[in-house]
Design a protein around this ligand. Structure first.
Ligand code: ATP
Length: 225
């Protein structure tokens, strides 16, 4: 099942002179697929992620998420679709250190407008999945780097997104902790989530089912040798 479809997306930043960050990108992600997006600095990876994450809009072209042409949505509709269908994991995990582990998850549940009655089960389930249930009352700043990133994964998946977007999710982690994160992504893919990871890490590129390359704003599919 196709979850995400990008059709001939161009993105031009109106600087002087204008910067053509994306120049006609086509991309499809299916349910259960693990995709790595690689490319040099400045090739347009963040621009691509922002557009498929509904954080920015293309100059021309279209993004379809779960069959919905996102051009037809109001800002509020786009926010709702983002909150309910997408999960994000960043290299800088944006965990709120002065809040507890549980509170970090509840903030996401509130944004996703999930009923409060569902919060205890959702948080327990998500923390169990990432091995942090025993730390649920800890202040998040007391977690190790690997634990914080696992909490970031729990926060990304707690609303049960259909597409998980990650930007260098293992960039700050040692190999064992990186493997933990990839295993959590595997579980998501096995449950039908499309997992899209932007990375410089060749290990992630090997882990993925397929790798796409961004160069000069164009996307090409890598052929496996
Ligand atoms: N908001 C913006 N305004 C103007 N130019 C921008 C903006 N964001 C990105 N760019 C430019 O668009 C091009 C693509 O940038 P982008 O950040 O998408 O690349 P990237 O592949 O993510 O790079 P990196 O790996 O270094 O993060 C670059 O030339 C960049 O300078």
């Amino acid at each position: 099942m196709t979850l995400l479809r990008v059709v001939d997306v161009h993105k031009t930043y109106p600087t002087s002179p204008p910067i053509h960050a994306l120049g006609g990108v086509d991309f499809v992600a299916q349910s259960g697929e693990r995709v790595a997006v690689v490319g040099r600095s400045g090739s347009g990876k963040s621009t691509f992620l922002n557009i498929i994450g509904l954080l920015d809009v293309p100059t021309t072209g279209s993004v379809h998420l779960m069959g919905q042409d996102t051009r037809e949505l109001t800002d509020a509709g786009r926010d709702r679709l983002r909150a309910n269908s997408l999960g994000f994991v960043f290299q800088e995990n944006h965990i709120l250190g002065h809040r507890t582990v549980t509170e970090n998850l509840e903030i996401k549940l509130a944004i996703s407008a999930l009923p409060r009655s569902s919060w205890p089960d959702r948080t327990s389930e998500a923390l169990e999945r990432v091995g942090l249930l025993h730390r649920r009352r800890s202040l998040a700043r007391l977690l190790s780097g690997g634990e914080k990133q696992r909490l970031a994964v729990a926060r990304a998946v707690i609303s049960r997104p259909r597409v998980l977007l990650a930007d260098e999710p293992t960039g700050n982690l040692d190999e064992d902790n990186a493997d933990n994160i990839l295993s959590l992504f595997d579980e998501q893919a096995a449950n039908g989530v499309a997992v899209i990871v932007i990375t410089h890490d060749t290990r992630i590129a090997r882990w993925a089912d397929r790798t796409v390359h961004l160069a000069h704003g164009r996307l090409t599919e890598a052929v496996r040798g």
